[in-house]
Design a protein around this ligand. Structure first.
Ligand SMILES: NC(=O)c1ccc[n+]([C@@H]2O[C@H](COP(=O)([O-])OP(=O)(O)OC[C@H]3O[C@@H](n4cnc5c(N)ncnc54)[C@H](O)[C@@H]3O)[C@@H](O)[C@H]2O)c1
Length: 288
């Protein structure tokens, strides 16, 4: 467990803005050194300048997390700058709107590339170092409440990738038991950030953005969301407590309960279905 973080090294993606910047602030306040990574060079430099002026030990690396080689280069830069790495926050994320069949191949590949492969690249680039150091470590992967609650119309790529991040992190949590590292999945509710301006950072290779982010949640809703600095503090606390799920909005609990009730109801239905009952399948039983 990483209870004492003073002097430890963190790597944070999406660190130029929003939740990534909030985490960076919380880490430096706890005495950590931070490698800030982001695709947006100017915003990254400005954010780092502000922190350095206040005495923080931060470095920057421009990095598109959907580019595997760039993430491995960022890991090398982190080791070169600080000699070690302990906490890795795979946080950069984007969203693109449109019905499942309307989203272009580029839309899907962009969101999968950043939200899921970006997280995977970070794990693969940094975990060998964490294992080798034998000083403990912690991975924080940013998902969303959309990683536990499905069914958001026009949010197919986002919803799907956020579920994948939860799945990946649950695997890492088990692998970390023997590997000497912890893993958490951050599942925020509304946080006041620039996520709705995500297309600003869409690399050209994914083609133009046609569809707009729509429905379920509006940018007005997000403005009423939590301050990202609070999320940063919460993440720090959760790393120290080695929690698996990091929730920012306890009001979502009842929605998760309703989802699980639906899962259980369909188990009951399946157990009494003619196909399973007639064939004597294990676990099935005729309705009484
Ligand atoms: N804001 C919310 O309400 C909310 C809710 C749930 C989950 N999240 C998740 O939080 C994470 C952070 O988003 P945010 O809300 O702080 O938004 P944000 O737009 O303020 O910050 C995202 C950062 O990621 C960077 N980024 C985008 N594409 C990148 C790429 N390919 N490589 C590297 N960096 C890239 C952006 O430049 C930006 O600095 C995302 O994974 C998002 O899905 C946010």
């Amino acid at each position: 467990m990483m209870s004492d973080l003073n002097g430890k090294v963190a790597f944070v993606t999406g660190a130029a803005s929003g939740i990534g910047l909030g985490m960076t602030r919380a880490f430096v306040n706890a005495g950590m050194r931070v490698m800030m990574a982001d695709i947006e060079q100017q915003a990254l430099a400005a954010a780092a300048r502000g922190l350095r002026d206040a005495g923080a030990a931060v470095e920057t690396v421009v990095c598109d997390v959907s580019d595997r080689a760039a993430v491995f280069a960022a890991a090398a830069a982190t080791l070169e700058a600080f000699g070690k790495v302990h906490v890795v926050c795979n946080n950069a994320g984007v969203t693109s709107g449109g019905l499942v069949e309307e989203c272009t191949e580029g839309d899907w590949h962009w969101v999968i590339g950043v939200n899921f492969l970006g997280v995977l690249h970070g794990c693969q680039a940094f975990l060998p170092h964490i294992r080798r150091q034998q000083e403990g470590g912690h991975i924080v992967n940013t998902s969303s409440m959309a990683g536990l609650l499905g069914g958001m119309p026009a949010w197919g790529p986002y919803n799907s990738t956020k579920f994948a991040v939860v799945g990946l992190t649950e695997v890492l949590r088990q692998e970390g038991r023997a590997g000497g590292f912890g893993a958490s999945v951050l599942c925020p509710g509304g946080v006041n950030t620039s996520i709705f301006e995500a297309p600003r950072n869409r690399p050209e290779r994914f083609g133009p953005q046609d569809s707009i982010v729509a429905d379920s949640v509006s940018s007005e809703d997000l403005k009423k969301g939590l301050d990202p600095d609070i999320v940063g503090r919460l993440v720090l606390e959760a790393i120290q407590a080695n929690r698996l799920y990091i929730f920012t909005d306890p009001r979502f609990r009842s929605m998760v309960e309703r989802r699980h009730e639906k899962v259980l109801a369909d188990f009951e239905w399946a157990a009494q279905s003619a196909a399973l009952v007639d064939s004597g399948a294990p676990g099935s039983s005729r309705p009484s």
